[in-house]
Design a protein around this ligand. Structure first.
Ligand code: SF4
Ligand code: SF4
Length: 277
């Protein structure tokens, strides 16, 4: 919910609004739209932001904006029970990252917090922190903040707590030591290989087709989770990359496909270990 720094940040590393073109709106339902391609989101966010700039800051006008957006945009969602907030738009001096149009620091709000008019209400929008805040270790958080180059990919990956934890744990196991932020951030080759891993969220060839949605439903009620791989029907023991395969939402129907998917991960981890050697 593009939450604000308010005293201590859980886990010590802030993840929501990072810099000019890096921010996240995943918990506001940003990616829970029928077409979650970057082009479609850019167009949606631009249209909303321009429309909202003309809205007077009164309760009635702000609520009418919501109605207008919901009438104008397709309301079919891959995850019907994951609320998509119509007040997510562009923020920042250059309108170059996603954020909350109702936030007191957003353009035209003159310091007034209008988030009380949202579906979740002002308190939830102010204090919510996703599981990545609480569970993802500080070093991976810092690394991903630094190596990310655009808001679209950053918001897709930063909430993937189980995937990122498993990946960095395996990397540390291979290295035989703890990883530091600068191991990756100060090493161009390592950053490039890590980016290849992060981009698997978008490029993973083993996702079920057609792709239903890109959003990560990370809320505690676990209404939408990736199905486990059925190793029994494959007649194959569980993969050592099981968490990664599952979190990448893999559809594995044969041992050959399983081995192919494992090789992709193996190659990236091998190259990254080498770059850090
Ligand atoms: S009002 Fe909407 S966009 Fe703003 S923080 Fe709340 S859920 Fe997110
Ligand atoms: S999903 Fe997490 S990182 Fe993204 S805006 Fe929400 S609280 Fe912040």
């Amino acid at each position: 919910m593009s939450c604000q720094i308010n005293g201590e940040v859980p886990g010590g590393v802030y993840l929501c609004q990072i810099r000019e073109n890096i921010s996240c709106g995943a918990c506001c339902g940003l990616y829970n739209v029928a077409d979650a391609s970057q082009e479609a989101l850019v167009s949606m966010l631009t249209c909303r932001t321009e429309t909202f700039a003309r809205v007077s800051r009164t309760m009635d006008a702000i609520l009418a904006f919501r109605q207008e957006i919901e009438d104008r945009e397709v309301q079919t969602r891959p995850y019907p029970q994951f609320h998509h907030c119509p007040y997510i738009g562009w923020v920042g001096q250059k309108r170059s990252r996603v954020g909350c149009l109702l936030h007191p620091l957003a353009q035209g709000n003159h310091g007034v917090d209008f988030r009380g008019l949202s579906y979740y209400g002002g308190m939830a929008c102010r204090v919510y922190f996703c599981p990545a805040y609480h569970r993802l270790p500080a070093v991976p958080k810092e690394i991903i903040r630094e190596v990310s180059t655009d808001w679209y990919r950053y918001g897709l990956i930063i909430t993937e707590t189980a995937m990122l934890t498993a990946f960095f744990e395996e990397l540390e196991r291979r290295l035989g030591r703890k990883l530091s932020r600068d191991d990756i951030v100060a090493n161009e080759k390592a950053a490039e290989v890590l980016t290849q891993f992060l981009d698997l969220k978008l490029n993973w060839p083993f996702r079920p087709r057609p792709i239903v949605g890109w959003a990560n439903y990370f809320f505690e009620d676990r209404l939408y989770v990736n199905p486990p791989i059925n190793y029994e029907s494959l007649g194959h023991p569980a993969s050592k990359y099981d968490i990664l395969l599952r979190e990448l939402n893999s559809s594995i129907d044969s041992v050959a496909t399983l081995h192919k998917a494992e090789r992709v991960l193996e190659r990236i981890l091998g190259r990254l270990t080498e770059a850090l050697g």
